[in-house]
Design a protein around this ligand. Structure first.
Ligand SMILES: [Zn+2]
Length: 169
C-alpha cells in the first residue's frame, strides 16, 4: 500500500524516531509499504518518519529498481564509519520541487538489522553514502533543509511558507 509522504513543516518529520524492538508482522507490512511508496514516488530512499511512523527504519535503492540487488532495508541503523566530504545537489520526497547542495560524508559504513532481524553491514560511497546520511538524518528528525545555512535555507523556507499559505503544499 502506498502511504502518503509527509511534507516539510509537519512536526512528525522533526521528531526523533525510536528503535524497533522486534520485526512483527506490522513492521513487515510497514517495510513493504515503504518500499512501494519509495518506488511509486519515485525516490532513492525513504525513512519511516516520512510516512508518519516514528521508528528507526529506512529503505534505500539508488538504482530505483533497476538493479535487482539494489534494495536495502535497514532497521535500527547505526554508523560504523564516516569518512571524507562530498558536496552535491540533493532533494527529498518530503521537500518536493526543491534541491540544494548539501555537505555529506564521501564514504559511510552502516550496520543494522535486515527485515528478517538479522545483523547486516553495508559500505557505500558517493550517492549511496549520501543516501545513508540523508535517511539517518530523517530518523533523527532532520531534513536536508535543516543542514543548509543562511540565505539558501531562508529562500527555500520562505517559498514553502508561500506555497503553504496558497494551499499548494
Ligand atoms: Zn528525505
Amino acid at each position: 500500500m502506498i502511504r502518503p509522504i509527509l511534507k516539510y513543516g509537519d512536526s512528525q518529520l522533526h521528531a526523533t524516531a525510536r528503535p524497533v524492538d522486534a520485526v512483527t508482522p506490522d513492521i513487515e507490512r510497514l517495510i513493504d509499504d515503504m518500499i512501494e511508496t519509495m518506488y511509486a514516488a519515485p525516490g532513492v530512499g525513504l525513512a519511516a518518519t516520512q510516512v508518519g511512523v516514528p521508528l528507526r527504519i529506512f529503505v534505500i535503492d539508488i538504482s530505483v529498481g533497476r538493479d535487482p540487488n539494489g534494495l536495502l532495508t535497514l532497521i535500527n541503523p547505526e554508523f560504523v564509519e564516516r569518512d571524507g566530504v562530498q558536496l552535491e545537489e540533493e532533494g527529498c520526497l518530503s521537500v518536493p520541487g526543491f534541491n540544494a547542495t548539501v555537505m555529506r560524508p564521501m564514504r559511510v559504513v552502516v550496520k543494522g538489522l535486515d527485515r528478517n532481524g538479522e545483523p547486516q553491514q553495508h559500505e557505500g560511497s558517493g550517492l549511496l553514502a549520501r543516501a545513508f546520511q540523508h535517511e539517518m538524518d530523517h530518523l533523527d528528525g532532520a531534513l536536508f533543509v535543516d543542514r543548509l545555512r543562511g540565505i539558501k535555507r531562508d529562500l527555500i523556507v520562505r517559498k514553502i511558507r508561500k506555497l503553504s499559505r496558497a494551499g499548494k503544499w
